[in-house]
Design a protein around this ligand. Structure first.
Ligand code: BTX
Length: 330
C-alpha cells in the first residue's frame, strides 16, 4: 500500500473523517498498517487528526517539499507531471542533464532539498542550503535554435510573476536573468544546452530560489536576500513550485507560438536599471553607456557615444556607474 493511496482517500472528502476500517477495507490492508502509514505521513509534515471513534482527517498538507502535494497543486499540462525530489544532489542541473540523455521527457522536474555542488553561470558556485528551492526542468521546446536561447529570459519573467502572485513581492530582473530584491539576489536561473543543440534541442533550466533559510546560511560576501527574511515567515515550497511551473509553461508556450515581442515587453517591464548609466565589462574591456534594454534576440542594448552596441549574455558583466550593480558589490 502506498501512502499516496491513503492520502487520496483522505482528500476525497476534504475536512471529513475517514474511518480506519474503511481505509483498511478499501486498500485491503490491516488497520495496524494503516496506522503505521499515518504516523509516517505525520512525520513528513501532514497534519492528520486521529480520533478513536471517527478515524482520520487530513487538516493540512506540509509546506516542505513533497511530490504528492505538488502534484495536487499543479495546473500545468506537462511541466512537473513527472517530478522527482531528492534529499541531496551535487546539482539538479547535472542530474537533469543525465536524465535528459537517458530520454527524460519535456517538462520533467528534478528538485533537491540541498545541493552540495550547485552551479551558476561560468561554473560559479551556487550555494544551496536546506530550505531553498533548487530545481531543474528538462525542456524540449518546439523552437528554432535562434529562439531557444530566449527561454532563460522567459524563465526569469515566469519566476518574477510567481513571486508577485504569491507574495506580492516586487522583484526585478538583473540582465540577463538574476532576480533582485532591493539590490539583493533572491534567485538565479541557469539555462544549459544538452548535447548538440541543433539535433537534440534540449535545454535544462535550473532555477534556484533563496526561500526558507536566513541569509546567514550563505557566505557573508554574497549580497543575497531570502523569502523568509523578507516576508518574516517561511513559505509553502510546494505552492511556490507549482506556481513557477505554471507560469513557466505559459511562457514557454508563448515563445513556441512566436510571441517574442511580448516576452521582450514583459521582460523589459520587470528589468532593473533600464535608462541608467552602466558599465559593461567584457574581459579587460569596459564599455560605458546607457542601458537601453534588450533586442529581439535577447542581447543587451548599450547606447554609447559611438552608437549602439549589443552584447550577448555570458560574455559580459553589467555594473552601475558607481561600480555596483543595484546594491551588489563588485
Ligand atoms: P550566477 O553565475 O549569476 O551567480 C553566481 C554568483 O551568485 C556566485 O558567484 C555568488 O557570488 C552568488 N551566489 C551564490 N550562491 C548564491 C545564493 N544562494 N543566493 C544569491 N547569490 C548567490 C546564477 O548564476 C544561476 C544560479 C542557478 C542555480 C540553480 S539551483 C538549481 C540548479 N542547479 C544548479 O546547480 N544550478 C541551478
Amino acid at each position: 500500500m502506498a501512502r499516496q493511496d491513503i492520502l487520496q482517500l483522505l482528500t476525497t472528502l476534504p475536512g471529513e473523517y475517514v474511518s480506519g476500517e474503511k481505509i483498511s477495507q478499501q486498500l485491503n490492508v490491516t488497520r495496524a498498517s494503516v496506522w503505521k502509514q499515518i504516523k509516517q505521513l505525520q512525520e513528513e509534515g501532514f497534519e492528520i487528526e486521529a480520533q478513536t471513534k471517527k478515524g482520520y482527517c487530513l487538516r493540512k498538507t506540509p509546506d516542505s517539499l513533497n511530490a504528492w502535494v505538488i502534484e495536487q497543486m499543479l495546473g500545468t499540462v506537462s511541466f512537473g507531471r513527472s517530478l522527482i525530489i531528492e534529499d541531496e544532489l551535487p546539482s539538479t542541473n547535472a542530474k537533469a542533464k543525465e536524465l535528459a540523455r537517458e530520454g527524460g521527457i519535456h517538462g520533467q522536474v528534478i528538485i533537491a532539498r540541498t545541493q552540495c555542488s550547485g552551479r551558476g553561470r561560468m561554473q560559479r558556485e551556487w550555494q544551496s542550503p536546506k530550505g531553498g528551492l533548487w530545481m531543474s526542468i528538462i525542456i524540449r521546446p518546439n523552437l528554432s535554435l535562434a529562439n531557444a536561447s530566449k527561454l532563460t529570459l522567459a524563465a526569469s519573467v515566469a519566476v518574477v510573476d510567481a513571486l508577485k502572485e504569491l507574495y506580492r513581492l516586487p522583484v526585478g530582473i538583473k540582465w540577463p536573468n538574476d532576480l533582485i530584491y532591493n539590490g539583493h539576489k533572491i534567485a538565479g536561473i541557469l539555462g544549459e544546452v544538452v548535447g548538440e543543440w541543433n539535433r537534440v534541442q534540449t535545454l535544462i533550466l535550473g532555477i534556484g530560489i533563496n526561500a526558507n533559510f536566513p541569509r546567514e546560511n550563505l557566505g557573508s560576501s554574497i549580497a543575497a536576500a531570502t523569502l523568509q527574511e523578507i516576508l518574516g515567515h517561511e513559505v509553502d515550497l510546494n505552492k511556490l513550485t507549482a506556481a513557477i511551473l505554471l507560469h513557466l509553461e505559459k511562457q514557454v508556450s508563448a515563445l513556441e507560438a512566436d510571441m517574442f515581442e511580448e516576452l521582450c515587453i514583459n521582460w523589459t517591464a520587470r528589468a532593473v536599471g533600464i535608462g541608467e548609466e552602466v558599465k559593461v565589462i567584457r574581459g579587460e574591456e569596459v564599455f560605458r553607456g546607457i542601458f537601453r534594454g534588450i533586442s529581439q534576440e535577447g542581447e543587451l542594448l548599450l547606447e554609447t557615444d559611438h552608437g549602439e552596441v549589443r552584447f550577448s549574455a555570458g560574455e559580459v558583466r553589467l555594473r552601475s556607474k558607481l561600480g555596483t550593480y543595484f546594491g551588489e558589490p563588485l
